[in-house]
Design a protein around this ligand. Structure first.
Ligand SMILES: [Zn+2]
Length: 313
């Protein structure tokens, strides 16, 4: 870490693709007191701000939902930073970006701002790398590669879900993409040892995103009358049929067992987590689920779910 001129706010940027474990890592750090006193800014591509509810008990959180701060919500983000510079002036800020953000664009926007450049020092760019899905994502998605290439530190998450040979290949591939970054392993936020690098995977050159359909974030409200069971069967059917086009599903749903944090990363459904009935930080977003991916929109998903529900009655 560089010496920081007195009085400047240090900003840590936490980025990484959808579902790569940013919030899990951040929650763990906050629980451990590693980021004590920090103010956290969370940006979610989706409108349902699940991360806010998860982090609000642990830190002073500002949320910027419904868009990405490296592009569509950049002006609002810079405004939030200026407010912190003017008013609260915390010593440290942590920014959790949306999974679609390019950290480099955020760094450039801060550097280009005539006010912020004097008040904020970018202290660290951390990028989470999903052990299970990263190699496949590198093959086809230029965004995931660019996130890795701009990191100061790479955090490989879900280390326990990948065999050691595959992990050694992943470490080597990360080194080939970004030889300057430190690489750490984590399991549920806890640091874990990494194997020595193996042989890097040959990555094909990629055309840029223009050829692909844009990634969209869609919020679906679950009708309580439909019931959790019907919804979960619909969800499994959807993941079987369209799993490759759905990068991420996240939301808080009411089930007979209580409020459950539902998360899917590509085709895998993460173990559901029971949430407290009430949470600090105010608003909760029960029965709203965000879908992020390509090849669908709000109306096609809504139609699919209501056809499915009416078939079941
Ligand atoms: Zn963006």
């Amino acid at each position: 870490m560089n010496a920081v001129p007195a009085n400047r706010i240090r900003l840590k940027i936490l980025s990484g693709f959808l579902g790569s474990g940013k919030t899990t890592w951040l929650r763990h750090q906050l629980h451990q007191g590693a980021l004590r006193g920090r103010v956290v800014i969370v940006n979610e591509a989706a409108a349902a701000a699940v991360d806010d509810a998860l982090l609000a008990d642990l830190a002073d959180v500002t949320i910027i939902p419904a868009g990405c701060i490296c592009c569509t919500r950049q002006a609002e983000f810079l405004e939030v930073l200026r407010r912190h510079c003017d008013q609260s002036r915390p010593a440290d800020l942590v920014l959790e970006t949306s999974g679609l953000a390019e950290p480099q664009r955020i760094v450039e926007a801060i550097r280009a701002d005539p006010v912020l450049i004097h008040h904020i020092v970018i202290d660290d760019v951390l990028v989470t790398v999903d052990a299970v899905n990263a190699l496949a994502q590198f093959m086809s998605d230029p965004l995931v590669r660019r996130q890795v290439m701009t990191a100061d530190r790479l955090l490989i998450t879900k280390l326990d879900e990948l065999g050691s040979d595959d992990l050694a290949r992943l470490v080597a591939t990360l080194k080939s993409l970004n030889p300057g970054a430190g690489i750490e392993g984590t399991i549920r936020g806890e640091t874990a040892p990494l194997p020595d690098p193996g042989k890097a995977v040959d990555l094909p050159p990629l055309q840029d995103q223009a050829v692909q359909e844009p990634v969209v974030a869609v919020d679906i409200v679950i009708d309580p009358a439909m019931g959790w069971e019907v919804f979960s069967v619909w969800l499994s059917a959807l993941l079987h049929a369209r799993g490759d086009e759905i990068f991420r599903i996240k939301g808080v749903v009411r089930t007979p067992a209580g409020r459950v944090l539902l998360q899917c990363v590509q085709k895998s459904v993460l173990p559901p987590e029971i949430l407290p009935e009430t949470q600090a930080g105010g608003q909760t977003f029960d029965n709203r689920v965000a879908f992020i991916g390509r090849g669908f929109d709000q109306s096609s998903l809504t139609r699919s779910i209501s056809c499915f529900a009416s078939d079941k009655h």
